[in-house]
Design a protein. Sequence first.
Length: 202
Amino acid sequence: MIGVLEYEDSIFIKDLMKNISKPFQWISYHQLPAPFTNEYKVIIDRLSLQSEFLNTALKIQSVKGVYVINNPFSCDVLNKGVDMTFLSELGIPHPKTFILPSFDDKWDLGSSIGEVDWQIIKNEFSFPLVMKPILGWGWQDVFVINSLEDLKRKYEEVKDKELMIVQEKINADCFFRVFCVGKEKAKVMKYYPAPLGAGRIV
């Protein structure tokens, strides 16, 4: 049995399952023992990125032998700061990016994290720019910032909640996604973006 973890109105997943032509079930998790097992041999996941609970459930099932697509452990490496570093090392153009420090009242880290030097940000970027979570997904908490004053104000609102980045705004009229299989095969597909995974691939 194939399990599917995705919004049930997802056009992408409905088309995918139609082409696979195998019986499947929509997955719903409640309280879970650790470890646990169920009847799924394969799970197709496009939702756990948004939930630590779902991601943990899929990691447990992966360890127990279920083949999970996408690899739930890959969520641990979806860091835009690290992504930009890999792109730079590979010689791939990418938006100029700065990581802004976050401040969590839970821990006293002394002077290991300093305040933002706004003059450096002003010198490095032109406006508008984009501010977003370093681990964000689906256009959630993404802001187009039109001035340094707006940036300071928005940063003050979120700095104790999420680790944010600022990036130069790229005005694009064409988007693509690249699907990779087994680190050997890649397919580039045109993509019409939309928030919360509602974009279309053609």
